[in-house]
Design a protein around this ligand. Structure first.
Ligand code: F6P
Length: 357
C-alpha cells in the first residue's frame, strides 16, 4: 500500500485541481493500492498535521474548478527554519508528520518559494515530487507553469475591453498586470491585447520615452494609448537605487503601486487624461482555460508516473515542448525572468510596441 501526501502552496492559480486530479487518476488507474492524504492550506497543514484523507470522489468534477480543493497559504521560505510563535521547529514538525503518517511520498504543487521548501524537505530525506504552479511563469527549469495561460487570457480580456472605452473617451489607459518580479504575464497579455506600450521589470523604462510614444500616436491620429504595466515595473532612475533605497521608496510611495506614479507623470507631461485599471486577483481566479486543463492534466499524469517509479526529488517541467523531470536542487531558488534580448522582445518591438527603453 502506497501512502501519498499532497499539498498546494503559495498564491493559488487556475488548474491546481486539474493537476491534482491528474496525479491521483494516474496513480489510481495504475492498479497500485494507494491512500491519499491532503494537507490543508499549504505547508501549514503539514506543519500542524491538518489533513484529510482523499477519495476518488474528491477528484470528481474538479477538472474545470478554479482555486484549490485543499486550500493554500503562504509559508515564506525566508522564515521556514525559524520557530513559530510557540517555539515549534517547523521543518522538524513537517518531517515528523510525514513519518507519523508513514508516507511514501509528498506531492507539492507550488511556485518559487514552495519549490525551495520542497527542495529543503527533499534534502532532509523526504520523498518529494513537485509540480510547477504560478500565473507568473517565473519558475526556473520549465518553459511554462500551469495557471500562466489562463491568467494571460484574463489579462488580455481586460486589455481588449479597455480598448473600446479608451477609444470613446480619447484617454490613455494603464492596465496593471500581475507577475511579481517578472514580466511574462504583462508581455504576453500586452502583445495579445495589442498594447502600445509594455513596461516590465526586466526592461527599466524612461518616462520621457513613454510620453514620446504617446505623442507619436497623437500625431498619427490615434485617439487613445494602451499601456500594459507589470506590477513590478521599474523606472531607469529607480533601477539605479540600491535595494534598500528602492524598498524605502516603495514603502513611502503616495500611491498603491507604480502604475499610479506613471499615470501622474504622463498626465503632467502630456496633458492627457489617464486612467488606471488594476484587475488584480481576478487574474488568478475562475476556471482554467482549455490549454491549462490539458497542460496541468499532463503534468499531473507525469508526476504520477514519477511517484509510481519511486523517482523522487524532481519537479515535472515543460522543456522544448516535452514534459521532463528536473532535479529540485537544480531549480530551487532560481528566478526565470524575461531576457531583454529575447526574440519575443525584438518581435514585439518590430510590431511597434514601446518598452520605454
Ligand atoms: O505569485 C502569484 C501572484 O499573484 C503575483 O503575481 C502577485 O504579485 C502575488 O501573487 C500576490 O500575492 P497575494 O495573493 O499574497 O496578494
Amino acid at each position: 500500500m502506497m501512502r501519498i501526501g499532497m499539498l498546494t502552496s503559495g498564491g493559488d492559480c487556475q488548474a491546481l485541481n486539474a493537476a491534482m486530479r491528474g496525479v491521483v487518476k494516474c496513480i489510481a488507474n495504475s492498479g497500485e493500492e494507494v491512500e491519499f492524504y491532503g494537507f490543508l492550506n499549504g505547508y501549514k497543514g503539514l506543519i500542524y498535521s491538518d489533513f484529510r484523507m482523499l477519495t476518488s470522489r474528491d477528484f470528481s468534477g474538479i477538472l474545470t474548478k478554479g482555486g484549490t480543493i485543499l486550500g493554500s497559504s503562504r509559508t515564506p521560505f525566508k522564515t521556514i527554519k525559524d520557530p513559530d510563535e510557540n517555539g515549534l521547529d517547523k521543518v522538524e514538525a513537517m518531517k515528523q508528520n510525514y513519518y507519523k503518517l508513514k508516507l511514501d511520498c509528498l506531492v507539492v504543487l507550488g511556485g518559487n518559494g514552495s519549490q525551495k521548501t520542497a527542495n529543503l524537505l527533499s534534502e532532509e530525506g523526504l520523498n518529494i515530487v513537485s509540480l510547477p504552479k504560478t500565473i507568473d511563469n517565473d519558475l526556473w527549469g520549465t518553459d511554462m507553469t500551469f495557471g500562466f495561460q489562463s491568467a494571460v487570457d484574463i489579462a488580455t480580456g481586460v486589455i481588449d475591453n479597455i480598448h473600446t472605452t479608451a477609444d470613446s473617451h480619447g484617454r490613455v489607459f494603464i492596465i496593471e498586470v500581475m507577475g511579481h518580479k517578472v514580466g511574462w504575464l504583462t508581455l504576453n497579455a500586452g502583445i495579445a491585447g495589442g498594447a502600445d506600450v509594455v513596461l516590465i521589470p526586466e526592461i527599466p523604462y524612461d518616462i520621457d520615452k513613454v510620453c514620446n510614444a504617446i505623442r507619436a500616436r497623437d500625431e498619427h491620429g490615434s485617439r487613445f494609448t494602451i499601456i500594459a504595466v507589470a506590477e513590478g515595473a521599474i523606472s531607469k532612475k529607480d533601477a539605479k537605487l540600491s535595494k534598500k533605497e528602492y524598498k524605502e521608496k516603495v514603502a513611502n510611495r503616495k500611491y498603491p503601486s507604480v502604475s499610479y506614479e506613471i499615470a501622474e507623470a504622463i498626465q503632467k507631461k502630456t496633458g492627457h487624461e489617464v486612467r488606471v485599471t488594476v484587475p488584480g486577483h481576478m487574474q488568478r481566479g475562475g476556471a482554467p482555460d482549455p490549454y491549462d486543463r490539458v497542460f496541468a492534466s499532463r503534468l499531473g499524469a507525469e508526476a504520477g508516473w514519477l511517484v509510481l517509479k519511486r523517482q523522487y526529488g524532481y519537479m515535472v517541467a515543460y522543456k522544448n515542448r516535452e514534459i521532463v523531470k528536473v532535479p529540485l536542487k537544480d531549480i530551487a531558488g532560481k528566478l526565470k525572468s524575461v531576457s531583454p534580448d529575447a526574440g519575443i522582445i525584438k518581435e514585439a518591438k518590430a510590431l511597434g510596441v514601446c518598452f520605454g527603453d
